[in-house]
Ligand binder design. Structure first.
Ligand SMILES: Cc1cc2nc3c(=O)[nH]c(=O)nc-3n(C[C@H](O)[C@H](O)[C@H](O)COP(=O)(O)OP(=O)(O)OC[C@H]3O[C@@H](n4cnc5c(N)ncnc54)[C@H](O)[C@@H]3O)c2cc1C
Length: 789
């Protein structure tokens, strides 16, 4: 962080450590540096790390960067599929990952026993680095650029005034400052508590061993070796091997189910006692793959704590306290990530907003449930223990469930719902009894967690009507004399159109990238109701609060009202008939227009009805006080019986919206994509004089170099999952953003940003599915026309 802040020209940077640099987790790190990760931004960050470590190696304080390459073995057919998928993924970054045979792997790492090895891959540009030397190399670079470093200086407290940091109190004096970046590793939660910020990081015991020297040290160093099916990794350490892994039984260190972590005040440069019992499985596996491990003595055993997050990704960004950033929780890949982490967080600090799509690492992805130590710990453990597993699409986490439930939860259970979980909410994915036959089951991974119930629910919504429980939607009430003024500054669309109007809008960053994607309904002269995705409430509310603070609108009240209202979506050609039978209100198109909202009674229950759709069919969202949710659901069900109403889950929403071309934030759109590129220009009100991102939008209008396109594949079972490379005329031109099945059009669908010259409808493209290229076409959109009145 300090190094990169200085690189960006910041001269007033002070780095504090309560002990020596490296005396937390860093000094006992294994130092492996792999680049390819499941997230594109993270992959680019790790690529930056490698580039930086190479450069530092040429300075006077080299970090001990060794570009030895890395091998990953497949000890199962499923793993080989994963490897082939990753090779395609790597292609989109120009990363040199290539498939090799077991025999070739053995040539590179001669100690392997090939029994059970199906294949492998090799990346020559991966390597390892000495974590302590790396820290000192960066510290030296930072000092040369003017950073001051104060070791043996303990932060005791942090003072915030009016919601913004102003002072750090240490055992050696006080420091006034506008920005604090909490880089406290596994200690970060305790530093967060100083300003009332909960950081869901848990110190976990993490172990590896180092053997005696037995290798010919004059021979070239071997690449690192991972065998995830056997839970182990190895790398050469001097003339021996360092071997570690992820045990199936995890061990939190200081945290328990009812207490957040509490690391002893003198825990620096220290290790934990070896936990042999837990390591045994890994030790046995390691001998199976590298038999010489059985004969060589052990020189060293490390059990060091490391901060893990509930989803095994970093915890970065500005918190709800202005100027208080966090960059911690690196889940045993903080050395691989360090260069990239420093870069992206320094950019965020200096410019006030992230310069790349950091959503999967953003602290704001951890909403309310993560305030609970129990929820956090159970999730951390589940993710730690399944770290090396193959994660198929549609996989659901099982720990800490159920937590938040809709008022109709029991009904769903009784009706055979298959639940998924999002942001702590139980949500219906589909109802098992709706399943029919497997004729449309996708090939390969996309078919693993698939159900034909989704087909039935999709088709019922298009043909008659579907009833969806969307109570988990995040809901924000905005009020105050200047609420309208504020919202029109933060939203790209004109959201002030009079009481009873609902407006779809994006909120942009200063680069014109999409920070939030939501609907704003005006409920009163100075009151509004924002609805956003289940997982985005903390992010969007945090973003809005930051803007209100920084733009001088602290008088505007922003309240999370998610739990106050249940929400049901009633959509399909029969939805009007169904509703009309149970409300005295005229629901005709003339009386109740699209994107209008009003309070009505439904079966005697007062509800806010908003005529809006996320599935491309006529219909309404009905918001009711949570306590009336179960009753309203019953009323709707009964009214729908004679109209073939089917209850539906989130899987069918996904398929319906992909077919209709509705965007999802975090899917097709994010902070790096502009509304122009994403085909959302219709929701930008450039006639407003002033809104965040307007200047950037005006500057880039008409100069887009890429465009979001829909691609279709004739075989509906050939489903892209996301991240696959796309080529046109043999050249890689992009990667898939999202994919699914369109049961009405009878095709598989993918979305991607393609260079403008390849974005025209009818352009023939190819997508690589697990090593095989399949043909598709850029489709005319919308894939499904008509929005019935
Ligand atoms: C066994 C093991 C193996 C690993 N292997 C790898 C690997 O192969 N590859 C990889 O990429 N990563 C690996 N890691 C992870 C990696 O080591 C860590 O992610 C990384 O070192 C974390 O660095 P950090 O700077 O965030 O935290 P730390 O190194 O823990 O630094 C935090 C610092 O904060 C200071 N501090 C805390 N409280 C205060 C306070 N109140 N005031 C002032 N200072 C304070 C501490 O003194 C400490 O120096 C491994 C980790 C372990 C435990």
């Amino acid at each position: 962080m300090a190094y990169h802040l200085a690189e960006l020209g910041e001269r007033d940077v002070l780095l504090l450590d309560r002990n020596e640099l490296t005396s937390g987790s860093t000094f006992h790190s294994a130092g492996l540096v792999g680049q390819l990760r499941a997230d594109p931004t993270l992959t680019k960050m790790n690529m930056h790390s490698v580039e930086l470590y190479r450069q530092l190696e040429r300075t006077e304080s080299p970090p001990g960067w060794r570009e030895t390459g890395s091998i990953k073995l497949a000890s199962s057919l499923e793993r080989m599929e994963e490897i082939r998928r990753q090779i395609g993924w790597a292609r989109t970054f120009n990363l040199d990952l290539r498939e090799i045979s077991g025999t070739e792997a053995k040539e590179l790492f001669p100690l392997i026993d090939l029994d059970g090895v199906v294949g492998a891959c090799y990346m020559a540009s991966d390597g390892d680095v000495d974590p302590s030397r790396l820290t000192h190399a960066m510290a030296s670079g930072a000092r040369q650029r003017g950073v001051r470093i104060a070791t043996h200086t303990r932060v005791l407290d942090i003072i915030a005034i009016d919601g913004h940091v102003s002072k750090v109190i240490t055992d050696r004096g006080e420091i006034e400052c506008e920005i604090v970046v909490n880089c406290g590793g596994m200690y970060a939660p305790s530093i967060g508590r100083m300003v009332g910020v909960r950081i869901p990081i848990v110190p976990m015991s993490h172990q590896y061993m180092i053997t005696e020297n037995f290798l010919d040290m004059t021979a070239p160093r071997m690449p690192s070796l991972r065998d995830p099916d056997n839970l182990v990794y190895y790398r050469q350490e001097v003339g021996g091997l360092l071997m570690g892994g992820y045990e199936r039984t995890s061990q939190p260190w200081t945290a328990s189910l009812d207490q957040v972590d509490d690391i002893p005040v003198d825990f620096n440069s220290r290790l934990l006692d070896p936990d042999w019992n837990r390591f045994e499985e890994i030790a046995v596996n390691s001998q199976r793959r590298v038999p010489i491990m059985e004969q060589i003595g052990m020189k060293n055993f490390i059990n060091g704590p490391e901060g893990f997050t509930p989803d095994n990704e970093f915890c970065l960004g500005e918190t709800e306290v202005g100027g208080f950033f966090v960059a911690a929780g690196f889940c045993a890949h903080g050395i691989a990530g360090a260069g990239g982490i420093g870069k992206v967080v320094a950019e965020w600090v200096v410019s006030g907003e992230p310069q790349s799509d950091l959503w999967h690492m953003d602290i704001r992805r951890f909403g309310g449930p993560y305030q609970s130590p129990k929820f956090t710990l159970e999730r951390v453990q589940e993710n730690y223990e399944s770290y090396y597993d193959i994660h198929y699409p549609g996989e659901e986490r099982q720990s800490a469930r159920p937590l938040n439930t809709s008022p109709v939860y029991s009904w769903h259970r009784g009706a055979g719902a298959m639940f998924g979980e999002k942001a702590g909410w139980e949500r219906v994915n589909y109802y098992i009894p709706h399943a029919t036959d497997d004729s449309l089951r996708p090939f390969g991974w996309a078919g693993v967690n698939w159900s034909s119930a989704t087909v039935s629910e999709h088709l019922a919504t298009r043909k008659s009507a579907g009833l969806f429980d969307e109570s988990s939607f995040a809901k924000i009430a905005v009020s105050g004399e200047r609420a309208d003024e504020f919202l029109n500054i933060v939203c790209a669309n004109n959201v002030v159109r009079g009481v009873g109007r609902a407006v779809y809008t994006q909120a942009l960053n200063n680069r014109g990238g999409i920070e939030c994607d939501f609907t704003v309904t005006q409920t009163g002269d100075h009151s509004f109701f924002i609805v956003t995705g289940t997982a985005f409430g903390t992010h969007d509310l945090g973003w809005l609060r930051k803007q209100s603070r920084e733009l001088g609108y602290s008088d505007v009240l922003l309240t999370d009202v998610t739990d106050n209202f249940a929400c049901f979506g009633l959509w399909g050609p029969k939805s009007r008939e169904i509703l009309s039978a149970i409300t005295p209100i005229d629901m005709s198109n003339a009386a109740f227009k699209f994107m209008h909202s009003r309070e009505i009674t439904v079966g005697g229950i007062v509800a806010r009805a908003t005529r809006i759709t996320y599935v491309g069919e006529l219909g309404w969202e009905l918001y009711v006080p949570t306590e009336n949710g179960a009753a309203l659901w019953q009323v709707l069900l009964e009214a729908g019986t004679s109209h073939q109403l089917m209850t539906c889950g989130y899987r069918s929403i996904e398929s319906l919206r992909l077919e209709k071309g509705y965007r999802a934030w975090g899917g097709e759109i994010n902070s790096e994509t502009t509304p122009w590129e994403a085909g959302l220009g219709f929701a930008v009100a450039l006639n407003k004089e002033n809104f965040i991102g307007r200047d950037a939008l005006v500057a880039c209008q008409g100069n887009e170099t890429r465009r979001l396109v829909a691609m279709t594949f004739d075989d509906i079972r050939r489903v892209p999952l996301g991240n696959e490379p796309i080529r046109v005329g043999g050249e890689i031109v992009g990667r898939v953003k999202s994919g699914g099945q369109g049961f009405t059009i009878g095709k598989a669908i993918g979305y991607a940003y393609l260079p403008i010259e390849h974005s025209q409808p009818a352009t023939e493209i190819e997508v690589e599915f697990f090593g095989e290229w399949a043909s598709g076409v850029v489709a005319s959109t919308p894939l499904l026309s008509s929005n019935p009145l």
